[in-house]
Design a protein around this ligand. Structure first.
Ligand SMILES: NC(=O)c1ccc[n+]([C@@H]2O[C@H](COP(=O)([O-])OP(=O)(O)OC[C@H]3O[C@@H](n4cnc5c(N)ncnc54)[C@H](OP(=O)(O)O)[C@@H]3O)[C@@H](O)[C@H]2O)c1
Length: 265
């Protein structure tokens, strides 16, 4: 293999949960552009159909879709089994479906706590466990779990989400340790503030000034979905063949704080 070919995903099959929108959609577009065939899953069929159509037009790859609620173990397991059956293999799993509920801990209903944990932590386990035999057969199996900076620092107002994403980091490490000997790499990516289509629409609706809010970050801006996709696709590829059990924060450096402003000169 030539060095510049290591990012290629030719011949690989990737299952991306939440693949119809945002970070999942941009990851799907990039992986297909690098040669992968795809299964995209989410609850709503419309975004999946639109994204699949766009990617087929852009790349000519095989892109299947499957409406699925990944928080239901049987649905997650059926999604994985159907993907492997449709393509006769599965090489890459991106556990990207996720969302947090805004609620202070004092008034958080236990049902909301459970719901956030099921989506942001349990679903990754359901899909990964079901994918294990296929990823083992792949010989180049890779799982990328999409976490959040909230799981690193903790974010006020999204306690269940923060706890679930932090749990996802330790699930990543244990899976990497247990499945590494079988040739499966497992990593997580923690996005910071990302201007997905949905996020931007929400900012406009609520009047949230994301540009000003991100002025305190070393890179002085929020991120875009494609910037996450680059890291996710790298981790799924042979270019990351010796990387496992790691957490990659992609956030423009907001966790770097100091007492002085060095933005002069
Ligand atoms: N954008 C950010 O600033 C940011 C920051 C940190 C972390 N993240 C993480 O990045 C990941 C992607 O988020 P995004 O920003 O791209 O938001 P998004 O566009 O809302 O993507 C979330 C996706 O998950 C799917 N989904 C939600 N619940 C599901 C369920 N029960 N079963 C199956 N699919 C489900 C959604 O589709 P349906 O609604 O059709 O099911 C949607 O396609 C998430 O894990 C999120 O926590 C994002």
């Amino acid at each position: 293999m030539k060095p510049y070919e290591r990012l290629a995903l030719t011949g690989r099959v990737a299952l991306i949960t939440g693949g119809g929108t945002g970070i999942g959609k941009e990851t799907a577009r990039l992986m297909a552009a690098r040669g992968a065939d795809l299964m995209l899953a989410g609850r709503r069929i419309e975004p999946l159909e639109q994204t699949a159509e766009q990617i087929i037009a852009e790349t000519g790859r095989k892109v299947l879709i499957r409406p699925t609620n990944v928080t239901i173990p049987e649905e997650a397991q059926a999604l994985v089994a159907d993907t492997a059956a449709a393509f006769d293999r599965l090489d890459i799993l991106v556990n990207n479906a996720g969302k947090g509920t805004h609620r202070p801990l004092r008034t958080m209903d236990p049902g909301i706590w459970d719901k956030d944990l099921r989506l942001n932590l349990n679903a990754a386990f359901y899909c990964a466990q079901a994918a294990y035999p296929y990823l083992k057969n792949s010989g180049k199996g890779a799982i990328v779990n999409i976490s959040s900076l909230a799981g690193v620092n903790g974010t006020l107002g999204v306690g269940a989400y923060s706890a679930a994403k932090a749990g996802l980091h330790q699930f990543t490490r244990v899976a990497a340790g247990e499945w590494g000997p079988k040739g499966i790499r497992v990593n997580s990516v923690a996005p910071g503030m990302i201007g997905t289509e949905l996020a931007k629409a929400n900012w406009t609706k609520t009047g949230y000034d994301a540009m000003t809010a991100s002025k305190g970050f070393p890179l002085r801006r929020y991120g875009e979905s494609y910037e996450l996709a680059e890291v996710i696709a790298f981790l799924a590829s042979d270019a990351a063949s010796y990387v496992t059990g790691e957490l990659f924060v992609v956030g423009g450096g907001p966790q770097i704080k100091g007492m002085i402003d060095t933005d002069e000169g």
